[in-house]
Design a protein around this ligand. Structure first.
Ligand code: NAP
Length: 184
């Protein structure tokens, strides 16, 4: 499961668990993006986003977190991650789960054809949200009601002093407070 996770929230966790169940996955590997090169806004430091992802996923034995993108130099490309995973787990069937809005942009990513050969892409979205035109190849779409929660809203809430309890795991809320993240 790829994402900036800035910060990770219950929508991501519900989506990961639903994908695990729907696609009979053995494991969901969360891969926080190191340097999301297409983003114009300021993104919290990779190490903070990694720590929050570890805190959020620690209670689920089927969830793991990878440092691969945050430890890799240069801009983050999904195809590099999929190449690495493919080499490290020969014979494993790979799925790349992320937000539908991100997948809509996939043709602008690095080596999209190779990326889609290495993994089945899974676009998670909230019910009723217009999907636009997905690239022609087969992409699995999963509707997740909890994706009404968004990282953008959580960052705005923190900046305005509004509550984020129940939107993110308690340990993530505590980390945001302790590290003074997202304060304007
Ligand atoms: P984004 O543009 O910040 O997010 C687009 C939408 O998708 C937002 O609504 C976002 O909600 C949601 N989303 C993102 N990750 C999600 C997840 N794991 N589960 C559910 N919803 C999710 O997307 P991004 O985080 O930058 O990129 C998503 C993934 O695509 C990352 O792994 C990134 O590395 C990859 N990507 C690769 C390339 C490339 O060139 N290879 C280019 C762009 C993106 P929230 O803000 O609430 O998460």
């Amino acid at each position: 499961m790829g994402g900036t996770f800035d910060p990770i929230h219950h929508g991501h966790l519900v989506a990961a668990e639903e994908a695990r169940y729907a696609l009979s996955l053995e494991q969901v590997l969360f891969v926080p993006a190191g340097r999301p090169w297409q983003k114009e806004r300021h993104v919290a430091p990779a190490e903070e986003r990694y720590q929050m992802t570890v805190l959020a996923t620690k209670d689920n034995p089927a969830f793991e977190v990878s440092r691969t993108e945050i430890d890799r130099d240069g801009p983050t490309y999904t195809v590099d991650t999929l190449r690495e995973l493919h080499a490290a787990t020969p014979g494993a069937e790979l799925f790349f789960i992320t937000g539908a809005d991100a997948i809509l942009e996939i043709l602008s990513w690095k080596d999209p054809d190779e990326a889609m050969e290495l993994a089945t892409f899974v676009a998670v979205t909230r019910p009723g949200y217009p999907l636009g035109k997905l690239p022609s190849r087969q992409i699995v779409v999963l509707e997740i009601p909890a994706l009404a929660i968004s990282s953008t809203d959580i960052r705005a809430r923190v900046a305005e002093g509004r509550p984020i309890r129940y939107l993110v795991p308690d340990a993530v809320a505590a980390h945001i407070r302790a590290r003074d993240l997202y304060r304007a």
